[in-house]
Design a protein. Structure first.
Length: 431
């Protein structure tokens, strides 16, 4: 598709699915190539994230930081005042910035977002919609949107390596960024709750990968990048009050050319937070309140999935094999067999075979259907009927041993092993 057609596609997205009119900003630099989007609600230290970005090695392109300060219509007066002061702080800081011709900083203020939809999903969507509109203004469909958070930090090479990656990998559409939550809450004292939570994220991703699912990715809102036109083709960010990153990134996977950049780091906050109903902040609140260690999916629950995923290619050439497997699994894996019947899998498999011209096409359709959302539905169901959740350290050690990695004595040392697994993968294509 020609650049002008791709820009037209962005504009069509904004007309049909955009978040609507917002504050008018000055025209972008004609050479704009990268925009960091930061949603902010009830933040009293916005400048730390901005300063972390400005401390990065210059990316050698024209770029912007777009902060979207927002609050819902039912916000209390303290939240409203904090937001208004944050917006003013960013604007004043942008005016005072000297000696940086490469970057422009803007604050958007959205007052009283509809309570029904207000949340991090809508906040991130509005900011990213504005960002791709600015890319379209300068005919830059290849421009990069960078998702960041108001309480995050990053390594010095963060922006430079992102730009280098997209210039080297011209076909790349989306790329996740390596992340690490800060663990030390005081000298010599580590935050066990966040260590357990991050270990769970890495355990689940590796367990899913070992089970054979090609969509095994991290979904952390402050740790991904996407080209402007890919954002539009994926349908943009959803308005979910939580998990917006999960839904969006799994839509991006279907566009293919999805990568990981493990040579830079984002450092998301490990703080408690009531801004979203689940995710890092909510999990930390629960962990700290109960004092109970985090329990996760039993590693054994992934075994039936591995059996299904490893045989998927065979079903294209031999549809009756799937029905035979379903029958045999009634004894071996009764919960998986029952779940597949509940999901009308025989009809779905038949439809995929009918609509596919090749094994590759069939496999793409199969995993778009049995996606990670469906995997989670299955896991949650079987952990009511067949399995019990187990301590994260126990299952992470089992998976590491099974995968040929070393084992740590405690949660923090085990987390470091899992971090090294990702780090050592460098830049790689997922799909």
């Amino acid at each position: 598709m020609k650049p002008i057609d791709r820009v037209s596609a962005i504009n069509r997205y904004l007309q049909r699915n955009g978040s609507g009119p917002v504050e008018v900003l000055p025209d972008p630099d004609p050479d704009l190539f990268l925009c960091v989007v930061i949603p902010a609600y009830k933040e009293d230290d916005l400048l730390s994230a901005i300063q972390a970005l400005l401390a990065c090695d210059p990316p050698d392109v024209s770029w912007e930081i777009l902060v979207h300060v927002n609050y819902p219509e039912n916000a209390d007066e303290t939240a409203k005042l904090t937001s208004i002061l944050s917006d003013r702080l960013v604007r004043d800081f942008a005016k005072s910035l000297k000696g940086r011709e490469d970057v422009r900083i803007y604050s958007l203020l959205s007052k009283g977002l509809p309570t029904k939809h207000a949340g991090v999903g809508l906040a991130r969507k509005i900011g990213m919609d504005v960002a791709i509109g600015r890319m379209a203004q300068v005919n830059q469909p290849d421009g990069i949107l960078v998702a960041f958070d108001a309480d995050a930090s990053c390594s010095r090479n963060y922006l430079l390596e992102i730009v280098r990656f997209y210039r080297d990998q011209l076909s790349a559409q989306t790329a996740n960024i390596y992340f690490e939550h800060p663990l030390e809450v005081a000298p010599g004292k580590e935050n066990r709750s966040i260590a357990e939570y991050e270990l769970y994220l890495r355990y689940f991703r590796l367990a899913l990968e070992q089970a054979g699912h090609p969509h095994a990715i991290h979904t952390v809102g402050s740790s991904f990048t996407v080209r402007a036109d890919a954002y539009a083709r994926a349908g943009g960010m959803g308005r979910h009050k939580a998990g917006e990153d999960f839904y969006f990134l799994h839509k991006c996977l279907l566009l293919r050319n999805f990568y990981e950049i493990n040579t830079v780091s984002v450092f998301p906050s490990a703080r408690e937070s009531d801004r979203v109903i689940f995710g890092t902040g909510a999990t930390i609140i629960k962990q700290n309140a109960t004092g109970v260690g985090l329990e996760v999916y039993d590693l054994d629950s992934f075994t039936p999935l591995n059996r299904l995923f490893s045989r998927a290619k065979s079903y294209f050439a031999s549809p009756e094999l799937f029905l035979a497997d379903l029958d045999s699994w009634q004894e071996l894996y009764p919960s998986l067999s029952g779940f597949l019947h509940e999901q009308d899998a025989p009809s779905e498999i038949a439809r995929m075979i009918r609509d596919s011209a090749s094994i590759a096409s069939f496999i793409t359709k199969f995993f778009a259907w049995f996606n990670v959302f469906r995997v989670l539905r299955y896991l949650n169901q079987v952990h009511v009927s067949d399995y019990g959740k187990k301590p994260v350290l126990e299952e992470a050690c089992r998976l590491a041993t099974q995968s040929g990695y070393s084992v740590g004595a405690d949660v923090v040392s085990m987390l470091q092993i899992y971090r090294d697994i990702d780090r050592n993968r460098g830049v790689r294509r997922i799909l």
